[in-house]
Every structure is written in C-alpha cells, then in structure tokens.
Ligand binder design. Structure first.
Ligand code: FES
Length: 104
C-alpha cells in the first residue's frame, strides 16, 4: 500500500508500506526529513508530526485526547489536520494516503 510524504518546501517521498506498520516507522525507513521519532512512538516527543492531506482526514480520524495534548509541543506549529504519525498504523483503506511534513 502506498503512502506519499510531501515535505513543505522540499521533496516528495513515497513508499510501499505494509499493514500494521506505523507511519512514523515508514517515514524513518525512507529518511523523510523532520520525522525523527525520538521517543520511539510513545507519544512523548512530537517529532513525528505530520499534517494529513484534507482528502484523507476522514480516513485517518482525529487524534485522541493525549495525542492532541502532545501535538501542542510540535516544533512546527500544529495545524487543523495535524497528527502524530506514530499513532497512525497502515491499513488497507489508507492505500494512497498523502501526508504533509511541516518544516520546523
Ligand atoms: Fe514520539 Fe511519535 S515518535 S510522539
């Protein structure tokens, strides 16, 4: 299943991502800039910040309460569709997902 990362002011990356893989891990495997995943996915670093493209917001859903709080600590200011990519796991209905990577 395909995922596309569009880095603000930079390159575009795409990868085939297996179901069950977090989109933080998938981005790090592609060396997508600014996706550092410093806490390993435990929702404490906010260095896996992405903005979900508008067409995909319904499929990815809204952040949970704790994720929403952590999003206040992102280096690039959070936006309406911001998510922590460690909290999105690849699944069939996300095939073709587009994520924007905000530059700090
Ligand atoms: Fe740290 Fe997602 S990897 S919050």
């Amino acid at each position: 299943m395909k995922v596309i990362w569009k880095v603000e002011g930079g390159d575009e990356f795409s990868a085939d991502v297996k179901a069950g893989t977090t989109l933080k891990d998938a981005a790090m495997a592609q060396n997508v800039p600014y996706i550092l995943g410093e806490c390993g996915g435990s929702m404490s670093c906010a260095t896996c910040h992405v903005v979900v493209a508008p067409d995909w917001v319904a499929a990815t859903g809204a952040p949970g309460e704790f994720e929403d709080a952590v999003l206040d600590a992102t280096e690039a200011p959070r936006q309406d569709n911001s998510r922590l990519s460690c909290q999105i796991t690849m699944r069939d209905d996300l095939d073709g997902l587009v994520l924007i990577v905000p530059a700090p």
